[in-house]
Write a protein that binds this ligand. Structure first.
Ligand code: FES
Ligand code: FES
Length: 141
């Protein structure tokens, strides 16, 4: 069995071909915007979701980051993960899920934290703009 050296190839793939890089109109009613920074290094990430009102599911998701390769890979992977999820499901994603999938080394854990913070912040922003959406989705428990 070969020793793993450096980064996992999934990181490199997402770094070289980041998915869903882009920007949405912040003022759109169905868009939630998360803008967060990592205190550890000063990197910044913006992540935006477009939500389907009826199903409370994420229809579309884009990100932009002034961050390192692991931050780019984390957010790229996260956008693929959350597309189609309900806001409740997406809000439960942990940075460790992302870090595990990408095999991030411990010093790069905070990079995946940036992705978790960004999706949480985007969800909060959406709820702030659409205060009634929360109640509709929690009905079916
Ligand atoms: Fe180097 Fe984040 S510390 S890009
Ligand atoms: Fe700071 Fe990656 S986000 S080093």
């Amino acid at each position: 069995r070969q020793q793993r050296r450096g980064y996992h190839e999934k990181v490199l793939d997402h770094y070289n071909n980041p998915r869903n890089v882009g920007s949405m109109k912040k003022t759109d009613e169905d868009v939630g915007t998360g803008l967060v920074g990592a205190p550890a290094c000063g990197d910044v990430m913006k992540l935006q979701i477009r939500v389907d009102k009826d199903s409370n599911k994420i229809r579309d998701v884009v990100f932009k980051t002034f961050g390192c390769g692991s931050a780019i890979a984390s957010s790229s992977y996260l956008t693929e993960l959350v597309r189609g999820m309900t806001l409740e499901e997406a809000g439960k994603i942990k940075n460790t899920d992302v870090a595990k999938e990408l095999c991030l080394p411990p010093v790069k854990l905070h990079c995946s934290m940036l992705a978790e913070d960004a999706i949480k912040s985007a969800i909060s922003d959406y709820y702030l703009k659409n205060p009634n959406s929360r109640t509709t989705d929690l009905s079916g428990t």
